[in-house]
Design a binder for this molecule. Structure first.
Ligand code: DC
Length: 225
């Protein structure tokens, strides 16, 4: 098999992109890359170091001091920021409420896209995000665009936060954050979230994880060269 096949998965926040991407990667023997984790880790760095996202020099300087790496453990994708494991911290609300602003920044996006394209050069990967099928890998042989009812999405993310011990964030907070991120993702100037013309729409509001995986695997087998 070729060594640079990409399955691109884009879609709204919290509609199960990473669940599908991980399951597909495992079935196909591909590497899973969570591009959202990269924007979240950069955001964490900006918060910790008080980087003003509106100051181009500060952003350049910060980007030059950020090293992101992925490693897999138990089929989960982990990310390190300058050597520190931050996979848990980047899912907390402080990062979730700031990430839209940071990920809308042109310099940040340019750097992340460059790094993402490098990862797809010599490996077979499943990458999820917002602009994977449109900007990062416009020639990917298989693209999905995922969506689900916003209420269902909020409930899923709320349960996830609760299972991780977050007792301060309400369901309403999560719903509002998702609505805000959907709006920011789809209306920003730099590569907004939009469906690539050749992306397969996957609405999983009424699908189980197993059903969506079956559907996606079918599509992949039909479309991979
Ligand atoms: O997938 P996620 O919710 O963890 O992504 C976090 C944020 O990063 C999301 O609000 C939008 C942004 N993002 C992006 O702009 N482009 C990507 N390829 C991935 C994520």
């Amino acid at each position: 098999m070729r060594k640079n096949l990409v399955v691109a998965i884009d879609g709204y926040s919290s509609c199960g992109k990473s669940t599908l991407a991980k399951a597909l990667a495992k079935k196909l023997g591909f590497i899973y890359i969570d591009s959202g984790a990269m924007y979240r880790a950069v955001t964490l760095y900006f918060i910790r170091n008080h980087v003003n996202v509106n100051d181009p020099e500060a952003v350049d300087y910060a980007l030059g001091h950020i090293e992101l790496n992925f490693h897999s453990q138990d089929y989960q994708s982990h990310i390190t920021l300058n050597g520190e494991e931050v996979s848990e911290e980047i899912r907390q609300m402080p990062v979730s409420t700031t990430v839209s602003e940071v990920s809308a920044n042109k310099k940040v996006r340019r750097e992340m896209v460059k790094q993402q394209q490098r990862m797809g050069k010599s490996k077979n990967i499943v990458m999820d995000g917002r602009d994977i099928g449109t900007t990062v890998f416009p020639d990917a042989p298989v693209k999905f665009f995922m969506t689900a009812d916003p209420k269902i999405r909020a409930e899923r993310r709320f349960k996830e936060l609760q299972s991780k011990g977050d007792t301060t964030t309400s369901l309403e907070d999560v719903f509002e954050n998702l609505a805000h991120r959907d709006y920011a993702d789809t209306t920003r100037k730099e590569s907004p979230l939009t469906r690539a013309d050749d992306a397969i729409i996957l609405d999983n509001t009424d699908l189980t994880e197993a059903e969506q995986l079956d559907f996606a695997l079918d599509m992949v087998h039909q479309q991979l060269p």
